[in-house]
Write a protein that binds this ligand. Structure first.
Ligand code: GLC
Length: 637
């Protein structure tokens, strides 16, 4: 282990300063590396730490001056992801802008929307043919040839940084494509590479594991193991049969990924989205999700980036039960040491649930009972993403309100598929599982919320109502605290891609319905007053602008649920040292009243609605009357 001494000298030349900085960071974060490694790899841990530090040092030395400056900036502003001006956008490069160079040309469009964080869907070279939207990576060191090269990626990160934006890329670390070099070597009989995967000669172990494993894609990829003739064994494949799960109990896999991470960091990538992170560690008799070792591995990876490239943050993609989610943002000994961001799946599901049920009580129950997250970590809030929506309503929450969890999940699935009386949603059923009667849902925000159907009807009243519901939903993800991320096309109210199945390889996977190509014609109408695109885009720009001016919305502050006086109105309360923020949301299509005494009790009777700049007004019956889907962002200073 290298000895770490930090002795400042006054007139040190740059290289000495650099060396000092590295040593200081090593001194600070090495204990986290070791604490993470030891329970994972026992007596191999210390030697492994030496190897990882060598990799970190080499990457640090190779890092560009521009990125070293970015490291410093982020060290001075560790809450950069929590800033209320952080607005995110996610897209497939080719569907949004053609290729990486084309994306540079679209930066002004993103800037107009207020975007400061861009997540580009997997763009490292995937396998040929179906590749799960790029989540089957064949080469982590190359860009998809039709999108450009690694040099283009660097040019893009540079241009984004100049424009004040950060780039997020996926780090697919649970599995690689069957065509990845490691898998090819395993198939060719190299025992070292066979150890990169979970391979079993017969069904004994796979059957034992299957007894407690769920299925992620029961419809098109049932089971969790795939027989491979060349390999002469069953290989673990949680997702598709050509996505081979990696064996993270093999330290060689960890070393490979440290090197990949450092390489991407030195290309200027700011945030790594740790794809399907829950599945990384396997343990017999469990569902093999979120095992404690997952967090130890993350701690090691995070500490190494903090040493070599602290500008880089981690986002956990863990779509798990709310009670299990917090561990990904750090709990117990891992607090503050793992991911910086995690998807707020529960908020997303509850927004859709409130809209369908016109009732906030279940959301209040579920969201109000979530344990607080660590103050240094941040939610990624979203209305929908590139994946389907799984109706993650907890039985306990439903039960507390006298509802059946299964019944409500089924209601939501049917409502958003448009086959429940009164629903105008146009979602598609994803992965119907007859064994559990579980149905998930695909669809763009506009298609799910009824804007798509309203536009088809050409009824201006219906269009205005659906657009207001969309604004309300966006206001919730913007005022919760965290990084709100808009999925490409939703800023224009784009409908499902009706042609989603026509692309080869996509026909079985209707998630492509909500990954439409950006409709550039529609985008040009965003400046045409009265157009749907202008309404939706304009609402978002305005919400983002106001949000950025409100320190109350800093991500470190928790959102609490206020008292419910009317089941159609959700009240949120955020107590920032600067003052109180109260959000009042009418989630229904009818006018609703909020009692003035409640506003007085919450100390916001004199507040200003930051969205309109007006003071609260009492109408008939000493009530604040809220228009359908109206939102108030009340602040007292
Ligand atoms: C994540 C991705 C999803 C993908 C899966 C396997 O859940 O979001 O799109 O299918 O991982 O990589």
């Amino acid at each position: 282990m290298p000895a770490v001494t930090v002795t400042p000298t006054s007139s040190a030349p740059i290289s000495d300063e650099r060396d000092l900085m590295f040593r200081a960071r090593l001194h600070r974060w090495l204990p986290d590396v070791l604490d993470g490694l030891r329970p994972l790899y026992d007596d191999r841990a210390d030697a492994l730490a030496d190897d990882l530090i060598d990799l970190a040092r080499a990457a640090y030395d190779a890092r560009s001056p521009e990125l070293h400056a970015r490291d410093l900036e982020r060290l001075l502003r560790p809450d950069w992801l929590q800033d209320p001006s952080m607005l995110g956008y996610a897209a497939y490069t080719e569907r949004f802008a053609g290729d990486l160079r084309g994306l540079i040309d679209e930066i002004p469009y993103l800037d107009e929307l207020g975007v400061r964080y861009l997540h580009l869907m997997p763009l490292l070279r995937p396998r040929e043919g179906d590749n799960d939207g790029g989540y089957a990576v064949a080469d982590y060191r190359a860009v998809r040839p039709d999108l450009g090269s690694m040099d283009d990626l660097e040019a893009l990160t540079h241009a984004l940084h100049e424009a004040g934006m950060s780039l997020t890329l996926d780090l697919v670390l649970n599995h690689v494509a069957r065509e990845h070099d490691w898998a090819a070597k395993a198939r060719a009989g190299d025992p070292a590479y066979r150890e990169y995967f979970h391979v079993f000669a017969d069904r004994a172990m796979p059957d034992a594991y299957e007894a407690s494993l769920p299925e992620v894609f029961p419809d098109f990829a049932p089971g969790n193991f795939t027989w491979d003739d060349e390999l002469g064994g069953w290989v673990w494949t949680t997702f598709n049969e050509w996505q081979w799960d990696l064996n993270w109990s093999n330290p060689a896999v960890l070393k490979e990924f440290v090197s990949i991470i450092l390489d991407l960091a030195n290309r200027g990538v700011d945030v790594l989205r740790l794809d399907a992170i829950a599945f990384m560690w396997k343990r017999l008799g469990t569902d093999c999700q979120g095992e404690p070792e997952v967090h130890a591995v993350t701690q090691v990876l995070r500490a190494i980036t903090r040493i070599a490239c602290p500008a880089v943050a981690f986002k956990a993609e863990a779509i798990v039960a709310p009670t299990k989610l917090l561990a990904y943002l750090g709990s117990g000994s891992h607090t503050g040491k793992v991911s910086d961001l995690a998807y707020h799946n529960s908020l997303m599901v509850q927004i859709w649930s409130m809209l369908a049920a016109r009732d906030v009580r279940l959301a209040a129950q579920a969201l109000g009972n979530l344990p607080p997250k660590p103050p240094t970590a941040t939610w990624l809030t979203y209305l929908r993403c590139h994946d389907d929506i799984g109706w993650a309503i907890m039985d306990e929450d439903a039960g507390a309100l006298g509802l059946s969890g299964h019944g409500h999940r089924s209601f939501l699935a049917h409502w958003y598929a448009g086959d429940f009386p009164g629903s105008t949603a146009k979602g598609l059923v994803f992965q119907y599982n007859p064994a559990t009667d579980d149905r998930r849902t695909s669809g763009t925000a506009a298609s799910l919320i009824g804007l798509d159907a309203a536009e088809e009807s050409a009824d201006p009243v219906r269009i205005a109502s659906a657009a207001a519901a969309l604004r309300l939903s966006h206001s919730l993800i913007m005022s919760w605290g965290g990084v709100p991320v808009i999925w490409s096309g939703d800023e224009l109210g784009q409908a499902n891609d009706r042609e989603w199945a026509s692309e080869p390889g996509h026909e079985d996977d209707n998630r492509w319905a909500h990954r439409p190509r950006l409709d550039h014609d529609r985008a040009t109408t965003r400046h045409t007053q009265g157009s749907v695109a202008a309404t939706v885009f304009g609402d978002l720009v305005e919400l983002a602008r106001v949000r950025a001016s409100l320190p109350h919305l800093h991500g470190s502050v928790e959102t609490a649920i206020g008292p419910i006086d009317d089941p159609g109105i959700l009240v949120t309360v955020r107590d920032h040292p600067i003052g109180r923020f109260v959000g009042v949301h009418n989630v229904t299509e009818r006018r609703r009243a909020w009692p003035s005494w409640r506003a007085r009790e919450l100390d916001v009777a004199d507040a200003v609605d930051a969205l309109t700049g007006s003071r609260l007004e009492w109408g008939e019956g000493d009530q604040v009357w809220l228009e359908p889907y109206e939102v108030l962002w009340l602040t007292t200073n």
